[in-house]
Design a protein around this ligand. Structure first.
Ligand code: DC
Length: 231
């Protein structure tokens, strides 16, 4: 069966990762959450105290890049891969509010993006991959056979994220979550390198009014159609 590359981009907390993972499972493709990679680099910077007000360009973090090793390790019990930072599973830690508040600052740095994009391309060199993020259809895999761009209003997304954080036992205030989402939207879509934007040939899906099942059916249908056309 022909294997294709599927790029799923969109704003934060649109549920991209969930649908991307479901799609990869259904197609027996590799799934890569590229946001987790930016989050893991952010976690490294927090652990190593590399955020300084007088270093907005994060030059100290850039100097540490050769020491940052990222990988996805498949967990057969879960049925999907989790991210490891220098050999340690950090999947849970990278989802904290502290990391969310710092990650956009890390994702604007050109050297960090270059390192991660290179790694992402090497993961997708044999196709058969679903990768989600912000610049997958525009920069990482501009030749992807299927590109999907997912949107929903900031309010809808903040409600989802708030529930998720509460479910994980984090003490959060809804307004703080909404503010973080709006700020990340702004930074992600206005940064100089690889800003978040819909690729011209991407299919846009607004999932504000869709159930997760409806969304999954839609992307699966698109993927099967694209695979058939690529035969
Ligand atoms: O998808 P996420 O919310 O876990 O992503 C975390 C941050 O990483 C997000 O604010 C933007 C950045 N990111 C990026 O710049 N490029 C990507 N391909 C993926 C994520």
């Amino acid at each position: 069966m022909t294997k294709i590359t599927i790029a799923i981009d969109g704003f934060s907390s649109t549920g991209k990762s969930t649908v991307a993972r479901q799609l990869a499972n259904a197609l027996e493709y590799i799934y890569v959450d590229s946001g987790a990679m930016y989050r893991a680099v952010t976690l490294y910077a927090i652990h190593n105290e590399l955020f300084y007000e007088e270093d907005p360009g994060l030059e100290r973090l850039v100097a540490h890049l050769p020491e940052i090793h990222l990988g996805f390790v498949f967990d057969p019990r879960l049925g999907y891969s989790e991210i490891h930072l220098n050999g340690e599973n950090v999947e849970k830690e990278i989802r904290s509010m502290e990391v969310s508040e710092r990650v956009s600052q890390v994702a604007v740095v050109r050297e960090i993006r270059e390192k991660l994009v290179e790694l992402q391309r090497s993961m997708g060199k044999d196709k058969g991959i679903v990768m989600d993020g912000r610049d997958i259809g525009t920069v990482v895999f501009p030749d992807a056979e299927l590109k999907i761009f997912i949107t929903a209003s900031p309010d809808v997304r903040a409600k989802r994220r708030y529930k998720e954080l509460l479910g994980r036992g984090e003490q959060v205030v809804f307004e703080q979550v909404l503010k973080n989402i709006r700020e990340r939207d702004y930074i992600d879509s206005h940064r100089e390198f690889s800003p978040l934007k819909k690729a011209e040939d991407a299919v846009e899906i607004d999932n504000g009014e869709m159930s997760p099942e409806q969304q999954f059916e839609k992307v699966l249908h698109l993927a099967k159609e694209t695979i058939e056309q690529s035969l």
